[in-house]
Every structure is written in C-alpha cells, then in structure tokens.
Write a protein that binds this ligand. Structure first.
Ligand code: HEM
Length: 498
C-alpha cells in the first residue's frame, strides 16, 4: 500500500512539475501568448472549469481580459479572431483533430474521434450517402412516427409543468434509435428514459440514459482535455476510486452494446437503417466492419445524434417562449400551411417558410448546442493562424460561442433577433461566421438530419401548444459538458389552445 501511495505521489508530482519545466524552456515559443491565472503552467486551470461544466465562462473571461489569442492550457492556444475559423477548421487546412479525441476513444475510433486522416475518410465515405439530404428525406416517415408519439406524450401532460428538455431528450433518443437501428427505445411511449445495458457476459441491467449520458460526457470531456499522460492518470485514479462518473461512461457503453447486439440479431427490418451501412462489405471484401468498430459507430450515432438536437430544440422553444411576439409571428406563418391538428407537417413544405428558418438559425447562433472550441492539433511542420506561426503539435481552437456572439460581426450580438437574418447587410457575416455544425472535412455529418428534426418538431409544437414559462424572469442556464446543454429548469406549461 505504502509503495502504491509513493508511486501515486511521484506520478502526480511529475505531471505537475513537467509542464512547469516546459513553460520555462518554452520550446514551442508559446510564452508570447498571454494566459489567465496558472493556465500556462498546468492543465488543471482548464480541467477545473471542465469539471464544473463552465469552461465557456472561463474562456470568455480570459479573452475579454487578455485579447483574441489566449493560452488556455500549457499546450493549447485559443483564438477568437474570426479569421481563425478557416485557418483552423477550413477545407485545405492541414490541422487535424487533437489528442483529445484519442483520449476519449475506446478500443476502436469512431467517425467523430478518429484522428487519422485516412481512417476518417474511409469511415466518412461509408456514412456520407446515408446522411445526404436526399436520403434523409426518404426517412421522414420514421421521424413522423416518433413525432406522433411525442405529441401523444405531451398531450397527456398538457396543463402540467413539465421539464421540456427531458421530453426532447426522449424524442431525439427515440428518433436516432429508430433511424439507426430500426428499433425505437420507445421512451416516449413509456414516459421514461429507462433502457438496458449489456455486460460482456450477455446479462443485462437497467439504465436511465439521460443522466447517465450527461455524466459520462462531463467526465470524458474533463479527462479528454488533459494531455495524454495526465488523462490516463485521471482515468486510473477515477477507476480506483470507483467514481460514479466512470460507471456512467461504462453504462453508456453497455447501452450501446445492448443496442448493437439487438440490431445485429434482429436485422434491419423492412428498410435500410444507418446501421445497414456499417454491415455492408466494402468493394472487394466479404464482410463489413468488425463488431468492435460497428459498436463504436453505433455509440457515436447515439451520442452525437441525440443530445445536440435535444439541446437545439430546448433552446429554441425557450427563446420563443421568452419572446412572445416572435412566437406569435412564427405561429401566424405556420397557420398559412398547417391546420390546428397537423402534427406531421411535410418537411419540404416547411422549408418554404422563411420565418421558421430564421428562428432556428438565430437559436443556433445564440445558443449553439456545441459551443466549445473544438480542439485541433497543428501538423509537424506547424501552421499559420491569423498571421501567427504556431509550431507543430500544439492544440488550437476557436470557441464557436465567442465567434457567433462576436459584437464586431453581429450588432446586438447577445440578443435573440431572428429578424437580423432578413437584413441584407448582416447576411454575409451571418452566412460566413454562424457555423454551429462547424466547417471543413470534420463538419457535422448529421446536419441534414438535425435540421429536419428541428424544423418539424418546432413547427408542430408552436402550431399546437400555447407555451408559458413557469418562471418568466428565469434564465436558461448553459451547462458545458462537451456539448453545451441547456440547464435542467426549462419548465414550461404547455396547453392546447381552446
Ligand atoms: C443541432 C444538432 C447538431 C449540432 C449543432 C451538431 C454539431 C456538430 C459539430 C460542431 C461537429 C464537429 C465536432 C468536432 O469537431 O468534434 C459535429 C460532428 C459530428 N456530428 Fe453533429 N451536430 C448535430 C446533430 C447531429 C446528428 C443528428 C448526428 C447524427 C448521427 C450527428 C453526427 C455527427 C458526427 C458523426 C460527427 C463527426 C463528423 C466527422 O468528424 O466527420 N450530429 N456535429
């Protein structure tokens, strides 16, 4: 035991002292950039804010105090200069995903966390057709079925105070499981997020997936943002302490295993689902992906394909409820093509409604569901980012939230103002710098799916229900895990107009 403690303390000291030494040696010439507090000496400055799900605030304050280029970790430089968007993330940039994604990957990388260019291209090719606008439209009926279940669930609770965020979480989990695995969780029908996880011996156990998922992401994001040695130290320490966060990460994995095994055994049903693409054998080969890789891809669909869209839905409804004039104007537009009982409006019809679109665009600008500076790593030869040469192997990022709320790009940037999207003068900056799905080769593959879900659900809810905030003066908290989740108190009183 004493030896274990000595090893533990020695490892901890080495992890703390090494970056301090690095700071003084300054081989990457990063001391020229200002840093808040102890951020230049240790990852712990950033990890503390990850742990309290509030990194965006600390990064925002650091940029406000220190300028557009700030060293937020010993090996991480954050940029808010808008030119950095293309330099870091644009097509043609040699900058790849950082070691953050390796830190959070399991035995197999998935499409989102693969850091190897060739591996990522192979994976992306397999899935890109399935997520094209045309293909997603062929799945509209599946979304309609889930939307009908959502309306039934909410109708049964009209007049009650409900946490609408939770119900949007149930909607998006049911939607992605129907689309990806031809098998809905049926959370909306059950009125709960209770599902099963599977252990490696095949036995199963119950899991409440919404909290499990959020805890898992909080932990993974904190652990992932540390340099690899510290990340692995945190992982081991948390495992030794049998932390509930480690359990949450395991439970989320167990749920993915359950869904993958269930789908593999049952087959795709009548139509192809997203999983069918993982099962297809590539040209010249006799089999599709190995099971472990299919499991990883199933995990990223359940992860990226649910939480972000649920956040987008919650944010939009909250913003509309906070701005009754906007809500009424949107409802008037919907009245032109939806009857009082229309609950599965046709997506192509909704696409022709300009005000609905700008309400969604403005919500995604002001409260992007992924707001964090997506971590990237400069290539061996280094990169120039808005005029500054950054040597190889440095993590760089641009916080999406800061870009989309930049007052030099958008007048009255902190205000919810869908009308700005109808102003010819503001449009060029809006089009260029509002990028909630990111840009370039690593931009969101699920964008078309997200937009169809957001458009149909917001149209149906605004058309069908009167919405009232329980606390009209309250603010909707922002909880930054990796995604930016709205807080838990989005209580709304929904009623069907008489
Ligand atoms: C409003 C909803 C959504 C938003 C705001 C959003 C945003 C993003 C962003 C910013 C990224 C880049 C992440 C990074 O660089 O680490 C991303 C990647 C990704 N998203 Fe989404 N997303 C949404 C919905 C979806 C949906 C419905 C799916 C469906 C499965 C999905 C699947 C993915 C995948 C697989 C990636 C990785 C792409 C790659 O690296 O090639 N997302 N998303």
């Amino acid at each position: 035991m004493a030896l274990l403690i000595i090893i533990f303390v020695a490892a901890l000291l080495a992890l703390i002292l090494y970056p301090i030494l690095e700071y003084f040696v300054d081989a990457k010439d990063l001391r020229r950039f200002p840093a808040p507090g102890i951020a230049a000496f240790t990852d712990l400055w950033a990890l503390r804010y990850h742990w309290s799900n509030s990194r965006y605030k600390a990064v925002r304050e650091a940029h406000a105090a220190l300028g557009p280029i700030v060293r937020i970790q010993p090996n991480h430089v954050s940029f808010t200069d808008p030119r950095a968007l293309k330099d870091i993330y644009g097509h043609g940039s040699a900058i790849m995903k950082s070691e953050y994604y390796d830190n959070v990957a399991g035995d197999f990388h998935d499409t989102a966390n693969s850091t190897d260019r060739a591996e990522h291209s192979r994976k992306r090719r397999i899935m890109s057709h399935a997520f094209s606008h045309k293909q997603i439209l062929t799945m509209e009926e599946v979304i309609n079925t889930v939307l009908i279940n959502f309306v039934k669930a909410i109708d049964a609770r009209t007049g009650q105070d409900i946490d609408i965020r939770y119900w949007f979480n149930l909607f998006t989990f049911d939607a992605i499981s129907s689309l990806a695995f031809s098998q809905s969780f049926d959370f909306l029908g059950q009125g709960t997020d209770l599902t099963l996880g599977q252990r490696s011996d095949g036995s199963t156990y119950p899991i409440h997936i919404v909290k499990t998922f959020h805890d898992a992401v909080s932990y993974a994001s904190m652990m992932g943002h540390a340099r690899p040695a510290l990340s692995s130290f945190i992982r081991r320490s948390f495992s030794l302490m049998r932390s509930s966060y480690v359990k949450a990460l395991e439970d989320f994995g167990a749920m993915c295993l359950y869904k993958t095994v269930e789908r593999t055994n049952a087959g795709p049903g009548e139509h192809r689902d997203f999983f069918s693409n993982l099962e297809d054998a590539p040209k010249g080969q006799s089999e599709g992906m190995p099971f472990g890789e299919k499991l990883a891809e199933a995990g990223i669909m359940l992860n990226a394909g649910s939480d972000t869209t649920a956040s987008g839905l919650t944010n939009t409804l909250w913003l509309l409820a906070k701005h009754p004039a906007t809500f009424d104007k949107l409802r008037a537009e919907l009245d032109t093509c939806m009857g009082p009982d229309t609950i599965t409006p046709d997506f192509n019809m909704l696409m022709a409604l300009p005000y609905l679109r700008v309400c969604l665009d403005e919500s995604l600008r002001l409260r992007p569901p992924v707001a964090i500076g997506l971590p990237r790593q400069t290539p061996k030869e280094g990169s120039t980012i808005c005029g500054h040469f950054i040597p190889g192997g440095v993590t760089v990022s641009l916080p999406i939230l800061e870009l989309q709320r930049n007052p030099t790009l958008f007048p009255n940037a902190e205000a919810f103002d869908p009308e700005r999207w109808l102003d010819e003068k503001q449009l060029p900056n809006l089009r260029e710098y509002v990028q909630p799905f990111s840009i370039g080769g690593r931009a969101c593959i699920g964008r078309n799916l997200a937009m169809i879900e957001l458009t149909k659900v917001v149209a149906t809810v605004v058309n069908r229900y009167d919405v009232q905030l329980v606390d009209e003066h309250g603010e909707l908290e922002m909880v930054e895990r990796f995604n930016m989740n709205p807080g838990a108190f989005a209580l709304l009183n929904l009623a069907i107009p008489l």
